[in-house]
Design a protein around this ligand. Sequence first.
Ligand code: ADP
Ligand code: ADP
Length: 235
Amino acid sequence: TADLSIQDVSKVYQTVEGTLTILNEVNLELKRGEALAITGPSGSGKSTLLYIIGTLENPTTGTVQLNGQNPFELKPAEQAMFRNHEIGFIFQDHHLLPQCSVLENVLIPTLVDKGATKEKTELAKSLLDRVDLTKRIEHRPAQLSGGERQRVAVCRALINNPTVLLADEPTGNLDPRTAEAIGSLLLEIGKEQNTILVCVTHSETLAERFEFRQELSDGKLNVLATGSASVYSEG
Ligand code: ADP
Ligand code: ADP
């Protein structure tokens, strides 16, 4: 069975010009360890779909099941906890806190629970080591390169062992070489951590490295590639 299941999800806005259907009964099923790239024209609803999976936006109709639970049936406080534990976000801009060190930034998602426990601090250090940032743990984000900041953001997204990693244009602000490295890192670390990876991207180069690819257009997801036709390559 799927660890992430989206059934007949629609997103409809009422505007002065009338009804605007952004997502039209979208369906999607993914298991842990699978990686999906979502492409499509600007304004086609890619971010909206990602934010619905991430419980940052509500669907107008339809259901989302993540790890056996429908997050939209939870009370707000429970939903916030669910989001913090089940979902890791990576944005185009790293969204790191400038006044905090690299290590502190990675630990931010733990603060609403028990705080930065010894165990979580060790995990943060091992994640940072995994992305070759051990020498940077006491530095501030401003002291890092764009690629390094995005690597910190990847560690922060993984600190609570989420079921799904959601990336919105994660390489959009990076030069091509750094973008390729971050793409490789996301694909590799998603497998290592056995998380679902859903990545919205404009980059064909990045999308082509994903085993599953879907294009969003006119409110519908169209399959471009399934796992069996994988062209996944080690970068
Ligand atoms: P993408 O990520 O593919 O560029 P988005 O998900 O960001 O697309 O946006 C999809 C569409 O939804 C856009 O055309 C945007 O203008 C529209 N949209 C977003 N929020 C609202 C809103 N509150 N009211 C009306 N339209 C909206
Ligand atoms: P966009 O690219 O569409 O401008 P952003 O990447 O700036 O979107 O962020 C989208 C929204 O998600 C913002 O409202 C932001 O405050 C919120 N957000 C960012 N990080 C988190 C998080 N870890 N948990 C909850 N909400 C977040």
